[in-house]
Design a protein around this ligand. Sequence first.
Ligand code: GAL
Ligand code: ZN
Length: 663
Amino acid sequence: MKQLHFGVDYYPEHWERGRWEEDAILMQEMGIQMVRMAEFSWHKLQPSEDVFDFGWLDEAIGLLGKYGIYTILGTPTAAPPAWMVNKHPQILPIDRMGRVRGFGGRHHDCQSNPIYREYIRKLVTKMAQHYGDNPYVIGWQPDNELGNSHQDLCTCECCRQRFQGWLQRKYKTVLALNQSWGTAFWSQEYNDFSEVFAPRVTVTGENPSAMLDWRRFCSDLIVDFTREQAEIIRKYAGKQFITHNYMGFADKVDYYKLGELLDFVSHDQYPGGFYLPEAPHEKNHVLAATLDVVRSYKDQPFWVMEQQSGITGWEVMGRAPAPGQLSAWAMQSIAHGADAVVFFRWRTCAMGTEQYWHGILPHSGNPGRRYQELQEFIQEVNPLMDSLQNTMPRAEAGIVFSFEQEYAFQIQPHHKDLSYTGQAQKYYRALYEQNIPVDFVPEQGDFGKYKLLLAPLQYLMSPELEDKFMDYVRQGGHLLLTMRTGVKDRNNLCMTERELPGRLSEAAGVEVLDYDCLRDASVKVLFAGQEHEAFIWSDLMRLLPQTEALAYYNSEFYAGEPCVTVHPYGEGRCYYVGTEPGESLMDALMKEICGKAGIEPLLAPAADVECMARENGRERYLFVINHSGEARHYQAPEKCRLLRGGQLGSLKAYEAQILAVGK
Ligand code: GAL
Ligand code: ZN
């Protein structure tokens, strides 16, 4: 199949048929090669129990096909229709407050409900049989943003029973369950698996071990929900791909596990989302990290299935993207590993919740500034996309990222401002601002690829992970561990055999004997003769022989005690950071640590200029993106060719350049 790189999310069912052809022509003139359709149109496809109507969709697919535009089909299971919900109200989900959530939004479903599952099997089978051989249909997206809107769902009787079955398979005996959950505390023992609840909101705190299993169960449920659809699609439409639109760091489902079902991962990227901070400094690194974590879910290039194409908004709205900004954001996605970019959405919708989530075309349907900008962008960049095939960003630094750690910190954040993902992003920022590319790495990933591995907050520990970290350092890796490492076993029970960080103290060369949760205070830290601030937490530790203190606390009752350390271990080094470094300390530490690990920036840093590279064995493509509304300069590498952009070394407002650099 021909490589396709640019598309739009299209909702022909929102507009009169008379308009469809004009849309197809405008898309073709713009360079659009594909659309995603139908992911919310259950009622249009099955208006009542026994009536299926694919005619309108056939017509839309055929018409677009005539203009050279291919289709990715969403299964509409994120929007069960009213007739079904009325007939089977038990499909509606029940939240942790025990409230039934009503019809009228989307994702009003219980994913374990067998009646609902039966409806899904029937519809997806019919769709896959019908479209499996359609030459214009290239792929599938089961449901939409799975996990979205389900954060607090579902605790119905069906889900409860399914949870009990899940626990029984995991623990075999109720005795093992009781031990693993520590149910002796507050008389929570169960005599039988059938006594276990789906966790509703309690009057006091919750059992952290039970809550961790609940989060795992919820993630597995979504994977199973997707697997059922994927199997049907593979059976009847095996020539077409299956992907899913992820949401970056969203954590309801373990995206590594979900990825095993997919040919490739997709993601929805809204850099100007009205819910994000305004200040570029607060979000540029998060946007980049989001794309990098998406790439890590299958460790391969990905697609953006929804790339912002106008003002975002539901009840309130975000800022208007300035001229050039939509293109810069699309280029940022490509730079971090996107092989295709599908813009959300084609035309701003006149009705429903998303009337103000703007598309390429305004409400009027007349092409304007956004159409022109993206048309120019696609026509310029599309020819380059073919050379980017089979290239990937290559990072020498990795950040270990795990959904289980995220769950454990959500259950017990320790401090109101501590978040596992947030902590990973803080380390990421310091590397991002130095123009050092970063991979996120799952626990089961290949640590040996990286010169430097940052592993913040490795709270839940296992003997296998301890071994893996220690082997990595022994064989020459530079590992950074932090506060709250090795605290718990995988059942979320505190480990008691050793001082923290447990067995890892052999590599880290420290034993944490006490600690301080800083609440609203900060602590002063001395590093290389400079005073900095740190937050959230202070580990108070004893250094083992050969461990060197790099930084010291400079306030509180532990002023003068070590705060950051380094310990040689085998061929490598292990750093231990006992606090959350503020930005200046983080920057200084990361410069020092990257330098020691022999990691070079891609380019000398320049304010607001993002730099990223994709490469294969022969070529390196350097992306240089100006995120500011003013001109910026950067120091171009000596031997390079400008593939896209005005002038080597200088960037106009929001300009995004591509340079080919000889290897
Ligand atoms: C995404 C979702 C789309 C649309 C868009 C704008 O999260 O996948 O269906 O809702 O946001 O709100
Ligand atoms: Zn349920």
